[in-house]
Design a protein around this ligand. Structure first.
Ligand SMILES: [Zn+2]
Length: 375
């Protein structure tokens, strides 16, 4: 007689339903107070203090005892301890119902701020939820620093080839000036190797599906202000030859060195510089860009305008030509203005400095002349 009994409960006077609710509440509270089963009762502020002290002293058990005893929660607490222990510095603060975690890598500009929500039941820290782009709360994270390359890799990834490519890229970039845009760069490259395509998409903040075609991206973490760290994130499923991998990391390292994700530059300026420098160091990249740009000139008869930002979208049919044309535009500037002045002009176009750039018709006439000249 289920139907009848549920109809009955709907007709119960309010007083009875309230009492049943209270009984349920008392039972739950009683459970969480059984001896040996509960974590200390903490406000977010004192939790932050306790977690930070345990991290600073390297006391894993002090850290994990602040969490509820359930296996899943303890596993998460252990992962969190291991991941955060690898950073150069970690600061925690506990405003309201969330804990703010500021983490910093060796030699990195600025800190990454994550806000994690501590889901609480009777003031117990039970399960933590972070922002989707959080780096240290999910799968196991390993941070390795060797010379000027820092690699962050997650469970399931194979970071070795990427580390080698980053070291090679850095070596080739040395002695190649990038001008005022790279004035603050200390010469360190930070590469993230996610464990899956899904994690890559989360880290680059791209819509699912569109990132699959991207080999790597350079992103600013945290609030997009001048102090945000900038890192290279590689696509773990990108199928690249060693030469392509190396060229990809040279391109991204130029973005990192010039902090291009944080600059208000048009895409043709930041992509053009990254691709032109890659072409200087990898002749096959320069040759391919020239072929693609020539084909574009043949198709359009005349290049009448600079590539627009929309032309660079990963899924746009114009993307390959836009990269190639931009590379040749920057190379044309370097050839005509000299490297130092060309880099100063590019800095001006990126919102840093006030040097007067060539006009658009002038730039396009240089590009066309270069494309029509020679083989
Ligand atoms: Zn790029």
């Amino acid at each position: 007689m289920r139907a009848a009994s549920s109809a009955d409960s709907l007709r119960n006077p309010p007083g009875r339903r309230l009492r049943r609710g209270l009984v349920g509440f008392l039972l739950l509270t009683g459970c969480s107070m059984l001896p040996g089963q509960s974590a200390p009762v903490l406000s977010p502020a004192s939790a932050a203090v306790g977690l930070e002290a345990a991290l600073a002293s390297g006391e894993r058990s002090e850290f994990t005892r602040l969490f509820a005893p359930e296996e899943g929660v303890q596993a998460q607490a252990n992962r969190m301890f291991e991941a955060l222990s690898q950073f150069e510095s970690v600061d925690l603060a506990g405003p309201d119902a969330a804990v703010m975690v500021d983490s910093q890598l060796v030699g990195e500009v600025g800190v990454v701020r994550d806000v994690v929500r501590m889901i609480r039941d009777g003031a117990l820290i039970q399960r933590i939820e972070g922002m989707p782009q959080n780096r240290w709360l999910g799968p196991e994270l390993t941070i390795t620093e060797r010379e000027s390359v820092t690699v962050l890799s997650w469970a399931g990834s194979d970071p070795q080839a990427w580390r080698s490519a980053a070291e090679a890229a850095l070596q080739r970039l040395r002695g190649r000036p990038l001008g005022p845009l790279a004035a603050a760069w200390q010469g360190r490259v930070i590469v993230e190797v996610p464990g899956s395509l899904q994690q890559f998409e989360q880290f680059v903040g791209g819509a699912t599906g569109s990132a699959a075609q991207t080999a790597a991206a350079t992103v600013a973490l945290g609030p997009s202000d001048a102090s945000s760290p900038v890192r290279i994130v590689v696509n773990p499923i990108a199928d690249l030859t060693p030469a392509q991998r190396s060229a990809t990391l040279i391109h991204e390292a130029v973005h990192l060195a010039t902090r291009s994700p944080l600059r208000p530059a048009p895409q043709w300026v930041s992509e053009g510089l990254a691709e032109a420098v890659t072409g200087e160091l990898v002749p096959s990249v320069a040759a391919q860009n020239r072929r693609l740009a020539r084909a574009e000139l043949d198709r359009r008869r005349r290049i009448a305008e600079l590539p627009s930002d929309a032309d660079f979208r990963a899924e746009a049919p114009t993307a390959r030509a836009a990269y190639a044309l931009s590379a040749l535009l920057v190379t044309a500037m370097i050839d005509r203005l000299g490297r130092e002045r060309a880099l100063a002009v590019l800095a001006g176009l990126s919102g840093s400095g006030s040097i007067k750039p060539p006009t658009e018709p002038e730039l396009l006439s240089w590009l066309t002349a270069d494309l029509q000249a020679g083989g």
